[in-house]
Ligand binder design. Structure first.
Ligand SMILES: CC/C=C\C/C=C/C(=O)SCCNC(=O)CCNC(=O)[C@H](O)C(C)(C)COP(=O)(O)OP(=O)(O)OC[C@H]1O[C@@H](n2cnc3c(N)ncnc32)[C@H](O)[C@@H]1OP(=O)(O)O
Length: 726
């Protein structure tokens, strides 16, 4: 290192590789940074300063756990960023690994930034319900302009170094030693004027149509946010940068930060951040670490090339896992191959310019076949044929005979019994459920379902597969619908009962969309296809030819049942695909849902036929009956040991069912509403609808209320029995 350049080692604020505890505490780290800077400033032999991270990592920002305490790091970080900027000696940031949040804000205070080509940068505060509160919303637009800054700050996306260079966020990128390059640059600029490098002194670059641009951007942010405050307040902070001098903009940024900090949404998002990481730490009761499978060398086979199979194959190719796609005949194979190629071309386009390339024209990475003999060599099979138990059992019997002894056999199913499927094989310990969500190459969730005999190493392998596919794997037990769909059934059931009693599809959807769901239950049902549920209900003997003669229209097995979805299907109303469902569409396959007067007439006729008195149902009742019945099922699931904690349920809902992130997931939401209130409301609705068992409060919920509204992290300690396996 040059004698002239003082080096401040900026300790990574987060435990990447379990960094020593003392660096997790914000104030101490800030003090060290301030001391280093002051020392460098005071020493006349020092001519320049270089700031770098520890162990090849610049910084992932503040310790998120610290935000739950009222005295936050950010309040102290802003002045330190200003201190860096005001240094009379050039300060250069050497960015390796990541520079995120407060880490990037520190880099923005520096006069120059050098990044390693593999580094990533971003201001992800919005994703934890906050905004970049260390003057980042004021400096970034001055450096890269309003459109790019707004995009980074309101989405929280991480950008690669190559893109950062194009945007002007960094001055230089290097392939080799970043620290040496930063020191070289620092030496080169000694003596050059620093004024033009101080971002707080720069004007925000003008746009010919700034006002119109901002107006349009605000509408877009609001539309996408659906009640999530942080993107809107991030917007306002950047807007302040365009309207006010730097110091006033900083004041506005601080005010907005405080609003977010006390909104409750930040806590929900920070809970979600840690919940996602918690579900990943899967271990046996003995704590055996099982995550040891390396997928680079495995050959994976995907069986079935329908919509799910196509998405799964695309995800596997994206994860760089060699894959063979198998179909039962050439016609289906060619159809599937074509669809997969379209998806992969699209993905390759999205990845253009990035470091990774999609290698899908190489037969060693992806091949399509109808030859079952290829099954001999594969290490892992994902069966993705349609939901039919007899067919799945036949396939698993075949797999069991052909696949090599160690091969893991996964079934993609949304509800079927894993044990029954495994019973068709001679190796039930290697059979596991992998419930992908459609479209499988987009949706992050993977429910991993273990059966009675599934081995811990099979579970660990499936978890590693999820990680390699960049999905969130959540291990759950085997029951009808597993976790996600099992909780969804009572929610959808309530939505339909509400129609029977007087509501309309668009009214129910509106309430749930206002709550923050991307799409309400009826729009969702139209999108998924009403025929899917109809087939399943026919299979369960709830409707269709297997329904015993003389069954009551609105009762099944002594419980309330609504035949409304069946009646729609009998009339060919399958949703978007037929152009009619709970809504009408512009054509078959159309996507624009319009309330349908036919449905309104049909509902009132139905009520007349069944002598149901139509009543006005308010928004509160719609919301509570749908959400609390779903949450109630969640408590039953926890009590049965189907999931190991409320975080698992929340991660499933956040990543697979469009639950609004800023509400933290259904179980977190229940804890914010207060369990006594949830219980009281369920009791009330259950009394009004005694023939609906899903409204009857779960014993576990009652227990948690009886012990004094236990906080979420203590819930599981009130259960005497845990899952038999986990
Ligand atoms: C007024 C206030 C203004 C300014 C102050 C500054 C504010 C901020 O900086 S807010 C924080 C902004 N930073 C982030 O949001 C980064 C969040 N982290 C990530 O995106 C990722 O963790 C990563 C890209 C940094 C690394 O990803 P990966 O390699 O996949 O590892 P993991 O995500 O599994 O994380 C490993 C380990 O670290 C814990 N962790 C990560 N980030 C933080 C953090 N910011 N605070 C506390 N802990 C963090 C994570 O939970 C994992 O821990 P476990 O192994 O115990 O699960």
């Amino acid at each position: 290192m040059s004698q002239d350049t003082f080096c401040v080692v900026f300790h990574a604020q987060i435990p990447f590789d379990r960094i020593p505890h003392q660096f997790k505490s914000g104030p101490m780290f800030l003090q060290a940074l301030e001391d280093g800077l002051k020392k460098a400033d005071a020493d006349p032999s020092v001519k320049a300063v270089m700031i770098c991270g520890e162990n090849g990592k610049f910084s992932a920002g503040a310790d998120i756990r610290g935000f739950s305490s009222p005295k936050t790091l950010g309040v102290a970080l802003g002045p330190i960023v200003s201190l860096i900027e005001s240094s009379e000696k050039p300060v250069v940031a050497a960015i390796e690994g990541v520079a995120l949040g407060g880490g990037l804000e520190v880099a923005l205070g520096c006069h120059y930034r050098v990044a390693h080509a593999k580094a990533r940068m971003g201001l992800p505060e919005v994703t934890i319900g906050l905004l970049p509160g260390a003057e980042g919303t004021q400096r970034l637009p001055r450096l890269i302009g309003v459109p790019a800054a707004l995009d980074m700050i309101t989405t929280g996306k991480h950008i690669p170094a190559t893109e950062a260079l194009k945007l002007g966020l960094v001055d230089e990128i290097v392939e080799e030693n970043t620290i040496e390059a930063a020191i070289r640059l620092a030496n080169k600029v000694i003596g050059q004027p620093l004024g033009p490098r101080r971002l707080s002194l720069k004007p925000v670059p003008k746009l010919p149509n700034m006002e119109a641009f901002l107006q349009e951007a605000q509408v877009k942010v609001k539309r996408q946010a659906r009640g999530f405050l942080a993107p809107e307040l991030c917007f306002q902070a950047v807007q302040a940068a365009t309207q006010r001098p730097f110091a006033e903009g900083v004041r506005r940024e601080r005010e907005l930060f405080q609003v977010l900090l006390s909104s409750g949404q930040a806590q929900a998002l920070q809970y979600a951040f840690f919940a996602e990481r918690a579900v990943h730490r899967w271990a046996t009761p003995g704590g055996i670490n099982l995550l040891f499978i390396i997928f680079d060398s495995i050959l994976l086979l995907s069986l079935g090339l329908g919509t799910m199979g196509q998405g799964i194959v695309t995800s596997l190719v994206k994860a760089n896992i060699p894959v063979v796609a198998l179909e039962q005949n050439l016609e289906y194979l060619n159809k599937g191959r074509k669809a997969v190629m379209v998806l992969l071309e699209r993905e390759a386009k999205k990845m253009e310019g990035g470091a990774q390339k999609l290698d899908f024209h190489n037969p060693a990475r992806l091949q399509f076949t109808v030859d079952f003999n290829l099954l001999h060599d594969v290490d892992l099979v994902i069966e993705a044929v349609f939901e039919n138990m007899a067919l799945k059992k036949e396939i698993f019997h075949k797999l069991s005979n052909i696949c090599k002894p160690g091969a893991l056999l996964c079934t993609n199913t949304s509800a079927l019994d894993i044990d029954e499927i495994a019973s068709a094989t001679s190796r039930p310990q290697q059979v596991i459920g992998t419930h992908f969500f459609s479209p499988a190459h987009v949706m992050r969730l993977l429910e991993i379902i273990y059966g009675r005999h599934t081995s811990p190493s099979a579970i660990a392998t499936a978890m590693q597969l999820a990680k390699d596919m960049k999905k969130v794997g959540v291990v759950v037990g085997n029951c009808f619908g597993f976790v996600g769909n099992r909780m969804m059934f009572p929610y959808v059931e309530q939505a339909v009962f509400l129609l029977e009693e007087g509501s309309r599809p668009e009214a129910v959807d509106q309430v749930l969309e206002d709550f923050g769901f991307k799409i309400g239950p009826f729009r969702m049902s139209d999108l998924a296809g009403l025929d899917v549920g109809w087939r399943s209900r026919k299979g369960q003997g709830l409707t269709g030819p297997s329904l015993p003669a003389g069954s009551s229209a609105r009762q099944r097995r002594g419980q309330r049942y609504s035949p409304l979805p069946d009646l729609l299907c009998e009339r060919g109303r399958f949703g978007q695909k037929t152009g009619k469902g709970w809504y009408q569409y512009e054509r078959a396959g159309g996507r624009t849902a319009t309330p349908d007067p036919w449905i309104h007439g049909f509902l009132s006729q139905y009520r007349d036929t069944h002598r149901i008195e139509t009543r006005y149902i308010d928004q509160e009742e719609i919301l509570e009956r749908c959400l609390f019945s779903l949450i109630n099922e969640g408590f039953a699931i926890l009590a049965e040991g189907i999931a190991s904690g409320p975080e698992h349920l929340d991660v499933i809902y956040l990543n697979g069912y469009g639950w609004p992130k800023h509400r933290g997931g259904p179980m977190f939401y229940a804890s914010t509403v207060g369990l006594p209130r949830v219980l009281a409301k369920l009791q009330k609705y259950s009394e009004a609808h005694p023939d609906v068992p899903k409204l009857r409060p779960s014993a576990f919920l009652k227990k948690l209320v009886a012990v004094g509204n236990a906080p979420l992290k203590e819930w599981m300690s009130y259960l005497s029995r845990q899952s038999p396996k986990l």
